[in-house]
Design a protein around this ligand. Structure first.
Ligand code: N01
Length: 555
């Protein structure tokens, strides 16, 4: 990464300094971590790569970007004043609205003075003698901190496949996860969108309305459920706010922490008509609650097939041309990749200016000056949109040269896939925490309460270390090994590992195939609480002078 040197005047921050905590990232996780640490009296500095706060909601400005979790749930709950005063306008909030919310949070809690923008963290190195981290940035900072918290996000390191000839394309190209702030005008343009995941499903219907022609290059057809988005009924908002604490507490007891009604029944235990009725109701309601239709959808292939068949029929009835409809039918297990939530996705393929190109059996061969080729056929394009996803969960962490005990890098430690204790800490990296890291429920839950749970747990842990006269905390190898084994065995009992999802790292060539998130919410929260209640069971706490500390860290 090129070093962009900004002077202290430009960044409004000093290049050096000693902090209790350095936090990397100013999205939902980093903002709350900063607020929490400051509230406990710790000094903290946040480094953020973007020119504004917001993390994923800062970068993902593609047309149609909006959340697939409902607005009344996808927000912080740490401050009742905040959740009472903020007014959401739609059932599913758009990217601009969420970004406005996060900017409001930054201002309301006076967070900006401790956030340095336009700054990539390049390296974090643990100094065993000092028991502190040294953090180096693209802006020339070299600061030290006792604790380092990675709030780098699970879906923040974009993946642009290395197609042959990519640099030869003469027109503009965009990645959905790094969209120009000024927006893009596709009017009258021949556009190619590569990918058909959540980002593509959201932007394709809108780009199709502008483009003179849109080619959609599909490798794996996707399941998407209609959002049925619309203005948020003020009465619904008032009711939730009148009872917000109970609403939040109830949701925390549900699988995924989302306000989804989970049917306890098996899809196979009831007559077909009843099953269809359940699916129809969920389809009419829209969005991710479809996943809760039956208890065994992600455990039994036979049960899963009933959901797949139902959605196939919906696609066949939405798409006029039966040949195109067949091409759009997903053949993977429903839910093993995160289902998308859309507005008019399948119907977009009825437009005369939209072509679906199958790149599954015949991949994109080459990007040329004027477009790209598939199976020898040329597709002339004025602009390319890479909706090709992310190096999820580990990508942003491993981009930073993180070095712990004996100078060993995180990249080496995770060469065979990420290994953590509870998704928050890693053997060999004392005083380093990962918010919603691999091995925690994170992306399989409502992210915001999961972020809040991690932030609060980490803050309590740091407080415990300080108040009990310790200087360092690190997980034991035995605790980490047992946790990794547990995370894998839970995933192995489901249908999740059956497809090439980013949950498994299977979308990135060469990445180890490991199911990264933990399928164990809400018991996970209890486990974290128990660990803390037992004086941080599974961790080693270290105190003493430099020599003693050095010896303890070396064990
Ligand atoms: O990324 P993806 P995304 N040649 O990885 C294709 C969250 N999110 O940005 O499936 C051709 O899902 C790839 O094909 P395949 C949400 O959690 C949420 O869309 O690997 N195609 C796939 O179709 C989501 O799951 C929201 O065969 C290639 C696509 O690119 C996650 O972010 C909105 C290719 C990538 O899909 C990621 O979503 C947006 C190649 N070489 C995102 N390489 C909401 O809240 C990749 N592809 C609504």
């Amino acid at each position: 990464m090129a070093k962009v040197k900004l002077n202290a005047m430009e960044t409004n921050q000093e290049p050096g300094g000693d902090f209790d905590v350095v936090i990397v990232g100013a999205g939902f996780a980093g903002l709350y971590m900063l607020h929490r640490m400051r509230g406990l009296g710790f000094s903290a500095r946040v480094f953020e790569a973007g020119s504004g706060v917001g993390g994923t909601w800062f970068w993902n400005r593609y047309p149609g970007a909006r959340c697939d979790v409902e607005s009344m749930e996808y927000s912080y709950q740490f401050s009742d004043e905040l959740q009472q005063e903020w007014v959401w306008t739609e059932r599913y909030a758009s990217q601009p609205e969420i970004l406005r919310y996060l900017n409001h949070v930054a201002d309301r809690f006076s967070l900006r003075r401790d956030i340095q923008l336009n700054t990539h963290v390049l390296a974090a190195t643990f100094n065993e003698t000092a028991g502190r981290w040294t953090i180096e940035t693209s802006a020339g900072n070299r600061v030290s901190a006792q604790f380092c918290v990675m709030a780098t996000g699970c879906l923040s390191s974009t993946n642009t496949p290395n197609f042959k000839g990519r640099s030869h394309f003469a027109g503009p190209s965009y990645h959905t996860g790094n969209w120009p702030q000024e927006g893009v005008d596709f009017i009258g343009k021949r556009v190619g969108v590569i990918g058909t995941g959540s980002s593509a499903v959201q932007c394709i219907p809108l780009i199709a309305q502008q483009a003179s022609h849109l080619n959609v290059f599909q490798r794996t057809p996707t399941y998407t459920i209609p959002a049925h988005n619309g203005p948020l009924d003020p009465e619904v908002q008032r009711e939730v706010k009148a009872n917000y604490a109970n609403f939040r507490a109830y949701n925390k007891l549900l699988p995924s922490g989302l306000n989804i009604r989970h049917n306890e029944a098996s899809a196979l235990a009831i007559p077909k008509e009843e099953r269809q009725h359940e699916y129809e109701e969920r389809w009419a309601h829209g969005g991710l609650p479809f996943l809760g239709a039956f208890a065994d959808l992600l455990f039994s292939k036979e049960a899963n097939d009933t959901a797949a068949e139902f959605i196939h029929e919906k696609i066949r009835s939405a798409v006029h041309d039966p040949v195109i409809a067949e091409k759009l039918l997903p053949r993977i297990v429903f839910g093993c990749k995160r289902p998308c939530v859309d507005t008019g996705y399948y119907q977009t393929f009825n437009r005369s200016n939209v072509t679906l190109v199958n790149v599954s059996s015949s991949p994109i061969e080459e990007i040329t000056e004027n477009g790209l080729t598939v199976k020898g056929k040329k597709y002339e394009l004025d602009a390319i949109v890479f909706a090709t996803g992310y190096d999820a969960m580990t990508g942003s962490l491993l981009k930073i040269d993180i070095r712990g005990h004996c100078g060993r890098s995180l990249k080496e430690a995770w060469a065979e896939g990420p290994r953590t204790y509870l998704g928050v800490a890693t053997v060999g990296f004392p005083n380093l925490f990962t918010i919603t890291g691999p091995g925690s429920p994170s992306v399989l839950t409502n992210m915001i309460p999961s972020i809040e749970q991690h932030v609060e747990w980490i803050a309590d842990c740091v407080l415990y270390v300080r108040d009990h006269g310790f200087v360092c905390i690190k997980p034991t190898l035995a605790a980490q090994d047992a946790w990794v084994h547990h995370v894998n065995s839970v995933a192995g009992a489901t249908l999740f590992p059956t497809c090439n999802s980013w949950y498994l790292g299977a979308n990135i060539p060469g990445k180890s195939r490991v199911f990264m998130p933990y399928l164990g919410f809400p018991p996970y929260v209890q486990k974290c609480n128990d660990v803390a209640a037992k004086g941080y069971e599974g961790f080693v706490l270290i105190r003493g002078n430099d020599g003693e500390r050095h010896a303890a860290l070396s064990r």
